[in-house]
Design a protein around this ligand. Sequence first.
Ligand code: SF4
Length: 471
Amino acid sequence: MNSLHLKSFARCKRKAWLDFKGKKSYEVWSPHKAIDKINQFQIFSEFCNSELYTGLKACENGYQGVIGLKIKGNLFQNINAEIRPQLLVKTKGKSKWGRYKYLPAVYKLGHKTTKEHLLDLAFSSMLLESFQESKIEKGLVISRFNKKINVEEIYLNKKLRKKVLNVLLSLNECFEGFMPEITQDRKKCTICSWQRFCDKEAKENGYLTDIDGIGSKTASLLITNGIFDTQILASYNEKQLGDKLSKFNDQKYEKASLFVKQAQAYISKEPYRIFNNDNNDLLEKTCSGFYIFDIESNPDHKHDFLYGFLKINNLFAKKEDLIYKPILNLKNNKGESYRKIIEILSSKKEWPVLHYGETEKIAIINIAKNLNLGFEEIDLLASRFIDLHTLIRKSWILPLKNYGLKTVSNWLGFEWMQKNVSGSKALYWWIQYQITENEKFLKKIIQYNKDDCLATLKIAEYLIKNQSKKN
Ligand code: SF4
């Protein structure tokens, strides 16, 4: 077992087992993992003033930062372990290499220091101590906020070390047993490389967490009440279910009805129409033309690097006749790209702007404020935005696990030109572009964004075509 297994285990037992024993062909490359690695390298390099080297030789030479070292050892009960410290940082002390020693450090994305970080540091220190022949009192958690590097010191006390040993024992037991169950908290699955593999099994077994709106807590509550799977949920009486969902207070009957209908749609593969007036004038609003707008961004750097507009003069126009306009914001040079955006939007003042999710409208309001537009102008601009994600959720219960752009438009038959793409893949391409300045990455991002706009159009067409439909 190694530190990567331990890290996975702290997240999801099944993931650790799959990383160790799973069939690699079922695993899918994860852009999150790749982005994490790049960010990690950049921040470590900055933290060590570019004195970052690889392997054992780097320790012997006493460089400030060392990466890529693997240390094997025997921890207890003849269990072989291997640590792969993310970073070793040189500090004062005495070790087998001279008058210095190393401390383990980990990279943290976001604000919260988690169990994963603590276990990783403690595990690394345990093998590193005997390897460098020097005691380690603390480890470091390194992160970046607002372009500034933050370092948090973690004291690796006895209690934490004991905890690692216990977790390692459980990990060893886990490896010797059968594949663990799918985690209850399916939010963890969204960035996991085994997601496709686990999703298939969850669907086959009717997992309640496959139903939109049902998280781990609601699933446990339903199971306690004898509702073990989607099949039972789909045939449950809505009123009786509502009585059991008191945790939702006065929304309990509404929630119950949603869960039952969502489960019915999921099983029957048929959409269910919720009658709603909001959707009834989409055709009217869009009949004389509209824009579709979609943004690609790097949330960690608060940088929107691409704004994409699709101009639709009429809904029945051929796809080849649609004009797609990408506005790149390569250097986060807000003024120039902002003006271009407002220019496009002002050229057709009466046109609505369709988008999927809340990000686009928020971004436009911020752009307008940044350009010092007046209140009335901003209000008018904001009123043109129509969020199709909100609209579809209000008017349809779809036979789907979630209402993301990819899931909904794939269900409607839309396919992206590039295979296995996602917002994170676009972000990965963006980071690659920044490192290499190779235009091929920009082309990929632009193609991806154009397809996002076309996927949004597909959903708009569905809503309009079926707007007068009743169940
Ligand atoms: S997809 Fe989810 S359940 Fe499966 S291994 Fe990953 S985190 Fe665990």
